[in-house]
Ligand binder design. Sequence first.
Ligand code: ADP
Ligand code: MG
Length: 245
Amino acid sequence: MINITVGSFKGGVGKSTVALNFAYELSKYYKVLLVDTDPQNSLAFFLCQEFKKGFSEILFEGENSEGLVKTPFLKENPNFYFLPTGVFCIKNPILYEDGFTVDLVGKFLTNISKFNFDFVVYDTPPRISKHIETLLNVSEDFLMVLNPDPATYSSLKIFLQFIQKSGIKSEIYTIINKTEPTLISEDFTRLIVAELNKKNILGILPTDKQVSESQGKCKPIIMYNPEAPFSIFLKKAVLSYINSK
Ligand SMILES: Nc1ncnc2c1ncn2[C@@H]1O[C@H](COP(=O)(O)OP(=O)(O)O)[C@@H](O)[C@H]1O
Ligand SMILES: [Mg+2]
């Protein structure tokens, strides 16, 4: 089982959108569990799902994973499973952050091992935190989502230093999202690519108004609009990822 943490230091870059669609596309080839670990529960909103119980209840209240991830989430795809963050994390924000240890996440992984997932994809809250450090410690792969803008670029170095200092061993992959045909977007895309030395850049995805329009459709955009520019580039990114394995 391969764990992929999807993360960024900035909010609004498209982390949840990428995590959802990446996991869904991957599930066409493998058995995939998408886990929302962000108390915002964005993925439950995207998928129009109630989020009474989820990952945070399994982690902190001993909730059985069986009832939560037993059945595939969408009838169209038997290999796509989804676990929302739940409400424990909203009611207990400090405990959820401070208690988010490698031990606890390790127990979660043991708990779900019986389901034989090929991949577990984690969506995460933005910023550097113990939460993200813990997830990276259990993840083979880290999928970084960046936007081609000055704020992302200036924090990229800090983030890479943090990863190096923490001794995190995850392989880093990158998706640059929300690119635009403007000089500033193209310049910052180039700068980011140079900073990362082209290493493991899986895709450069355009700003696509069909992505925001897809909210409310309760499905990954890649599923109901596979020809949208975002979908086309994301499918290619998933294939590059699979081919890198
Ligand atoms: N490539 C894109 N083109 C247009 N809108 C996008 C794109 N990627 C994400 N969005 C929109 O940006 C907003 C933030 O996306 P989200 O995935 O919630 O970001 P994050 O999880 O990083 O906070 C959402 O409204 C989403 O629909
Ligand atoms: Mg999000």
